[in-house]
Design a protein around this ligand. Sequence first.
Ligand code: APR
Length: 234
Amino acid sequence: MSKKLKLVVSTGAGISAESGIKTFRDADGLWENYNVMEVASHDGYLRNPELIHKFYNDRRADLGKAEPNAAHRILKDLEKYYDVYVITQNVDDLHERAGSSNITHLHGELTKVRAVDDESKVFKIGYDVRTTPETVIEGHKVRPHIVFFQEAVPMIEPATELVAEADIFVIIGTSLAVYPAAGLLNYVRRGVPVYYIDPAPSRVPAGVTVIRKTATEGMAELQRILLAGIADKQ
Ligand code: APR
């Protein structure tokens, strides 16, 4: 079997929409009902940590009731034919639960908290634990293991390296509104095919093949395109 091609996928909230998880900027999205600077920014955390803990406790509880959808599962299935690397802006664990092998979280993980005084100490707490600014784990006060606005994105470097090695790059369900994640596309080598699956893309970068469908329908179509491509080569 010849060496597998590297399929690098960048996912946003849209891939989890069909699992019942709200996106941010769609109608009735999270940022319609919450002030992002109050519940997802570093300044907001310093001003009102109690509100931030509650916001992430509620989202974590919702996640416990959600399941991966067909789009997450197709990404796992494609591992039979490609080296698949998922780079996600999502903080849900639906890629993990669908079984994807290589996942890079750019914006953190809902199911984890970390020590306030030592960010290398990360604790998995599952879905139902509700934390407060006073919660202590192993002697450390904790905070959500989330990258707030105004904070660095530590995983962006490894993510850009993955995109630079991609043989195929796929973007699924992101408005491409938030950097540095939205800039990953700039690291794709010339000539590498780029697909963008989104029912209502807010902007379409040049040279990108758009599949104007939901994540589940779009991934089914992309799977057909990719597997036909493999069949042609055999
Ligand atoms: N399938 C695929 N895409 C969908 C679906 C669906 N069923 N429903 C909506 N979308 C698309 C929307 O058209 C939009 O382009 O998903 C995208 C969601 O965009 P956003 O809500 O902006 O989410 P995202 O791009 O992931 O936000 C990036 O912003 O607030 C921060 O940290 C937060 O990680 C988040 C970042």
